[in-house]
Design a protein around this ligand. Structure first.
Ligand SMILES: [Mn+2]
Length: 454
C-alpha cells in the first residue's frame, strides 16, 4: 500500500479473506485500497464488513461515514454535470465582465500589468514576485488566479493532444516528472533546470497537484510560465489532473480553501485541456549511432513523453494519439486516454494486470514493438516513485523520471530530471528534498480521510 500498488494489495487482502472470512484487518486494508483506487462503493462494503466484525471500532465507523459522504458528493456532482452546468471558462469570463471578480483595493501583493483596454499581461518580474509572495505564506487574489489559469488555457486549447516540440541546434529540453504539490522542491528543481527560455524548454510530465499541500502554488507557477512562454513551457496531463483524483487526494480541498468553489471548477476544466503527451524532436541526427537506435523517418531521434505509458493493444499510432478528443473529458477507467495516463512498465514480456488496479502493465517487448512501429527512440514517463529519481528500463527504451524527492515526506527517494539536447542525447540530474514550512502532506483532503491515506 505504501508503494501505491493497490491492485496487488487488493489481491492479497482478498486472498486473506478467503483463508479467514472473519479477518477484519483484511477488509479494512482492502477498503482503504478501494478508496484510493476510486471504488468508493466497494470501500463502503468493506468498511461495513469490518463494523459487523468489530461493532465498537469508532475509527472505522468514522471512515465509513466519511466515505459515504464522499460518495454522495460525487453522485451529486455527476447529477449536476448531466444537467449541463455552464462551461467554467465562460462562467468565469462572465463573472469578470459583470465586475464580480475585481481586485480588492487593499491588495498589496505583486501586480500584473493592465493595458488601457483592461487586459492583463504577465511578466517575468510578476512571476518572481509571486513566488516570493507564496513563500511568505500568502495567496493571490481570485482575479489573478483566474487570469493566470485563463492565460495558460488560451495556449493549451490550441495544442493538439500530442504536442510536437522541436529541439533546435544549441537548445535543450528538460523533462520533469511528478511534483505533487511539493512547491519548495519545485523551486529548487527550477534552480537546477533554469527557467524556460528560447534555448531551453521545460516539459512537466503531469501530476503537478494532489498529495503535497502547496499544489495551488505549484500549478499557478507552472501555468504562469505557460502563459508567459507558451513555446518554451509545456505541461502534459497526469492521472492527478482529474476530478475524481482531486476530490480524493487534496487538490479540490486546497483550491476551494484558498480560492473558492468557482476557481476549482475553472482548474478542473482547464486540466481537461492539457495535452496528453509530447513528442520531443531533436533536429540534428545522432552524433554517435547506438546499435539499437530507433530513428524517425528523417533519421533523427525523437522521444515520446507521457505520464503513464503504453497501451493494451499494439497498433496505436502517434496520429491516433494526436486525435484523441480530450477537452471536457476525464480519463475514466479504460480507453486510450486512461492508458496514457495510468499504465506502468513491467519487467516480464507481454502485458500484465496493473498493480494499481487501473490500466495495465506493459513489458519490454511491447515497448520495443511500439517504438519501432512509430519511429520513436524511447519513452519517457513518470507516474511511479523511483528511489534514484529516475530509472532506465526496457533495454533503454523506457525511462521513468520522478521529480518529487522524499515523496509525501516519507519515501526517502531522490528527485530527478532528464535533459535532451538537439542530437537526442540524454543527461540525468538528481536532487534531494528541501526543507519546507511545517505543513503535512494531504492537509486539505476533505472528509477527514487524509490521515488514513498517508
Ligand atoms: Mn501519476
Amino acid at each position: 500500500m505504501k508503494l501505491e500498488e493497490f491492485g496487488y494489495a487488493i489481491a492479497d487482502a482478498t486472498q486473506a479473506i478467503k483463508l479467514d472470512p472473519k479477518y477484519a484487518k483484511a477488509y479494512y486494508r482492502r477498503g482503504t485500497c478501494y478508496l484510493q483506487t476510486l471504488n468508493q462503493q466497494k470501500a463502503v462494503s468493506d468498511f461495513k464488513k469490518v463494523l459487523t466484525l468489530e461493532p465498537k471500532n469508532d475509527t472505522v465507523r468514522a471512515q465509513l461515514q466519511a466515505t459515504q459522504k464522499l460518495l454522495r458528493k460525487l453522485e451529486f456532482e455527476k447529477a449536476i454535470e448531466m444537467e449541463g452546468e455552464k462551461n467554467p471558462i465562460d462562467r468565469c469570463r462572465e463573472i469578470i465582465a459583470e465586475g464580480g471578480c475585481d481586485l480588492d483595493k487593499t491588495y498589496s501583493g505583486p501586480k500584473l500589468n493592465v493595458t488601457d483596454e483592461g487586459k492583463y499581461l504577465i511578466t517575468p518580474e510578476f512571476i518572481d514576485e509571486m513566488i516570493e509572495w507564496f513563500k511568505s505564506g500568502k495567496t493571490l487574489p481570485k482575479r489573478y488566479v483566474w487570469e493566470i489559469v485563463l492565460g495558460a488555457y488560451e495556449h493549451f486549447i490550441k495544442e493538439e493532444s500530442l504536442v510536437t516540440v522541436p529541439v533546435e541546434e544549441d537548445a535543450t529540453c528538460d523533462v520533469i516528472g511528478d511534483v505533487h504539490g511539493q512547491f519548495y522542491d519545485l523551486l529548487h528543481l527550477y534552480s537546477l533546470t533554469g527557467l524556460p527560455n528560447q534555448k531551453h524548454y521545460l516539459l512537466m510530465n503531469g501530476d503537478l497537484v494532489d498529495r503535497g499541500s502547496w499544489s495551488i502554488e505549484v500549478i499557478l507557477t507552472a501555468f504562469a510560465y505557460k502563459w508567459l512562454y507558451p513555446k518554451y513551457m509545456y505541461i502534459n496531463r497526469g492521472n492527478h489532473e482529474a476530478k475524481d483524483m482531486n476530490s480524493t487526494y487534496g487538490f479540490e480541498g486546497e483550491a476551494k480553501h484558498k480560492h473558492g468553489d468557482q476557481s476549482y471548477k475553472l482548474f478542473a476544466h482547464v486540466f481537461t485541456t492539457l495535452p496528453l503527451a509530447t513528442l520531443i524532436c531533436p533536429t540534428q541526427p545522432p552524433r554517435i549511432k547506438k546499435a539499437n537506435d530507433i530513428l524517425s523517418p528523417e533519421g533523427k531521434r525523437r522521444f515520446f513523453v507521457v505520464h503513464g505509458g503504453l497501451f493494451s493493444k499494439d497498433e496505436v499510432t502517434l496520429d491516433d494519439i494526436r486525435k484523441i478528443p480530450r477537452v471536457g473529458r476525464q480519463p475514466g477507467q479504460q480507453g486510450l486516454m486512461c492508458e496514457l495516463l495510468w499504465t506502468d512498465p513491467q519487467e516480464a514480456p507481454g502485458r500484465g494486470p496493473s498493480k494499481r488496479g487501473v490500466g495495465i502493465a506493459f513489458g519490454p517487448d511491447v515497448t520495443k514493438r511500439w517504438c519501432t512501429l512509430n519511429g520513436v527512440s524511447g519513452i519517457l514517463r513518470s507516474h511511479e516513485v523511483r528511489q534514484d529519481g529516475y530509472q532506465i528500463e526496457h533495454d533503454g527504451l523506457c525511462t521513468t523520471v520522478f521529480s518529487a524527492p522524499n515523496y509525501v515526506d516519507q519515501a526517502g527517494n531522490k528527485g530527478a530530471f532528464v535533459r535532451i539536447n538537439s542530437f537526442g542525447e540524454q543527461e540525468y540530474t538528481q536532487f534531494d528534498a528541501q526543507p519546507h514550512p511545517p505543513m503535512r502532506p494531504m492537509r486539505y483532503v476533505q472528509n477527514g480521510l487524509g490521515s488514513m491515506m498517508m
